[in-house]
Design a protein around this ligand. Structure first.
Ligand SMILES: Cc1cc2nc3c(=O)[nH]c(=O)nc-3n(C[C@H](O)[C@H](O)[C@H](O)COP(=O)(O)OP(=O)(O)OC[C@H]3O[C@@H](n4cnc5c(N)ncnc54)[C@H](O)[C@@H]3O)c2cc1C
Length: 464
């Protein structure tokens, strides 16, 4: 019998269009392995919401493989060491894996190459992005830093590669290495079980991702107009499926590419933002941790670690108790469902950074813990974009007015859904309720005009 082929699974939890699984299945018996390596990412170890999704996604893929009489070998520990040990144990000569661009995964790939024996190799494949980072370059051959020219170059290179089907056969090895039991990893919350809202909002797994894409095929034409309206929410909600690799962007692109609507054209550019974020972290591995502008950040930010009142401000934002209904609806949607509408993510992020003058990294970390689509690249790039600190950013002095945004984008029903204290309020009042009608709902932490002036003053001071 030919020697077994190991497939190292990470955020690529699908059967179809999975180039590593496909190549392994053609070469011999397959041993899919998932290693829970929770130390390696340091301050970006998976947050609670990510762990919830991961559990269900592994369970789903395990079932799909089970229907082929295969399974996932689950292990916990240092991924390169665990994989090299399994390769030795089963006599595997190749570990197949889809490339990942988070700095800790790039390091792990190097370490695995070193840990494998001379007759063993690591075979890496592209598969989770439209094109690998660095595939499009400026005229001088450098990777892009700015989104707009990056996007233009990407569009010229589209459509992406053809997609692959599921492997025809996934044959089993003679001997399966030992596996942990998924339930023993305790990835799901128990006491308290806070995930009720997640279960109502999401179906996890590859089949659910394709069902959602089918639904989206009939709605993408309305994206251009609907994507900014949180009450209607005409967006694909594919972000966690894409993040966990339950579906590939190439599959999404090919399914939609013949749609001739403005909605599809806009949507294509949004998916390219996802590639752009990887392109940025590939060049700047610490991007979700470091600012790239010449502000004096000690002057600019109020630091929650430095004082009780600033810490309280941060907690009001986290709990959705700022007194700004659109901000609070967004933060409570995040807490309840593990996801937030994009327009509202921008409003909430801007509120933290500019109205409360709190360092964007506190927001990045909160989103990291709470989002089911928490992505090192996309989260870091978007936080830096909103706060005006990144290599391609909105300007700090552009300060979003949450109350105006709420009216402009018709957020009344969205607020009613997530801020029940305001559920009976009519459209005229709900965006900015008069103080005497607020009942249990808090008054505004700070008035918009005062917040704006404070932010501009801090900005001026940070530049001198
Ligand atoms: C402060 C902040 C933090 C964010 N953090 C994340 C994150 O951790 N993970 C994440 O996937 N997205 C993040 N985003 C981007 C965006 O909000 C989500 O991708 C989007 O809301 C997901 O919903 P959707 O699938 O319905 O998106 P759609 O509008 O249907 O877009 C389609 C897909 O394109 C990609 N996409 C769209 N917009 C962006 C964007 N601005 N940046 C990167 N990719 C994009 C996503 O994969 C998305 O699923 C963040 C945005 C902000 C403002």
């Amino acid at each position: 019998m030919t020697s077994p082929q190991i497939v190292w699974l990470r955020r690529d939890l699908r059967m179809a269009d999975q180039p590593a699984l496909h190549a392994a299945a053609q070469a011999g018996p397959v041993i899919p392995v998932y290693v829970l390596d929770d130390e390696r990412a340091g301050d970006h170890a998976y947050g609670e919401a990510s762990l919830w999704w991961l559990h269900h996604s592994l369970e789903n893929l395990g079932k799909s493989l089970g229907s082929r009489r295969s399974q996932i070998v689950l292990r916990r520990g240092d991924a390169p060491q665990v994989l090299a040990a399994i390769a030795d144990e089963v006599g595997a000569q190749c570990v197949h894996a889809i490339r990942h661009y988070e700095p800790w995964w790039k390091e792990a790939e190097d370490e695995l190459r070193d840990a494998l024996g001379e007759d063993q190799k690591l075979c890496l494949y592209d598969g989770n992005y439209l094109l690998p980072p660095g595939a499009v370059t400026t005229g001088s051959g450098d990777p892009y830093k700015i989104y707009t020219p990056f996007s233009k170059s990407m569009l010229e290179r589209m459509p992406p590669r053809d997609t692959l089907g599921e492997p025809q056969t996934v044959s089993s090895p003679d001997h399966w290495p030992e596996s942990d039991n998924l339930a023993d990893w305790n990835l799901l919350p128990s006491k308290p079980d806070w995930a009720g809202g997640f279960r109502e909002f999401w179906e996890v797994g590859e089949a659910a991702a394709h069902d959602r894409l089918d639904w989206w095929t009939d709605h993408v034409a309305d994206y251009d107009e609907g994507r900014n309206l949180p009450s209607d929410d005409i967006t694909s909600r594919l972000s966690p499926h894409l993040h966990w690799g339950e579906i590939s962007p190439a599959q999404v692109w090919h399914k939609l590419k013949d749609k001739r609507s403005d909605g599809w054209k806009t949507y294509a550019k949004e998916i390219i933002w996802r590639d752009y974020a990887q392109n940025v972290i590939d060049q700047f591995p610490d991007y979700p941790r470091e600012s790239y502008r010449d502000y004096d950040e000690r002057t600019l930010w109020r630091n929650p670690n430095a004082g009780h009142l600033i810490q309280q401000d941060l907690e009001c934002w986290q709990k959705g108790m700022t007194g700004y209904p659109i901000v609070d609806a967004g933060m409570r949607q995040l807490w309840k469902t593990g996801w937030m509408h994009n327009r509202v993510r921008m409003i909430c992020a801007s509120f933290l950074v500019k109205h409360l003058l709190i360092d964007w990294r506190f927001g990045e970390q909160w989103f990291w813990d709470c989002l089911v689509d928490a992505d090192y690249g996309s989260n870091g790039v978007n936080w830096q974009w909103v706060s005006g600190t990144g290599v391609d950013s909105n300007m700090f002095v552009r300060i979003m007015a949450p109350l105006t945004q709420s009216v402009k984008f018709g957020a009344a029903d969205y607020i009613r859904e997530y801020v029940p204290e305001l559920a009976d309020m009519d459209d005229d009042c709900i965006h900015d309720p008069p103080d005497d009608l607020r009942g249990d709902y808090p008054v505004k932490m700070i008035e918009h005009k005062a917040a704006r002036e404070r932010a501009l003053e801090a900005y001026r001071a940070s530049k001198t």
